[in-house]
Design a protein around this ligand. Sequence first.
Ligand code: DGP
Length: 144
Amino acid sequence: MTAYDPNNIFAKILRGEIPCENVYEDEDTLAFMDVMPQSAGHVLVIPKLGARNILDVPPEVLSTLILRVQKLARAAKDGMGADGVTVTQFNESASGQSVFHIHFHVIPRWEGIGLRPHAGGGMADPALLKAHADKIRAALAADS
Ligand code: DGP
């Protein structure tokens, strides 16, 4: 199995070396806006512990992470006023993984509206990402 590389971009975000539009953080988890969103309100949910993907993540880390994914899925759907939410997760480049720190994609969906391509739709306007993050943060605050 390939070893975890602590120089990946999400590890740099966790260390504060690269900025992100943070929507949720606790002692185990960080959630932030995807800069190449497949839909409005696309969030990434990652553990603070370094693991490459689902193949090497410790089960107890995955257990906590999936509960946070559920929390963010509810907040992203409610906050964005979406009709549904798609959750995806990729493992190794053959599957489409491009950042090798395990993450779940939480992608709000609207009836009849397709997704932009995975990691291929271009960089979002930071002001728009912040506006969407504000809605998701508000939904999280209402939930707590
Ligand atoms: P994956 O292909 O599943 O490994 O997805 C990586 C996602 O991460 C992709 O949707 C684009 C996003 N992404 C890449 N670099 C950055 C970054 O520097 N910041 C943020 N917020 N997202 C990033």
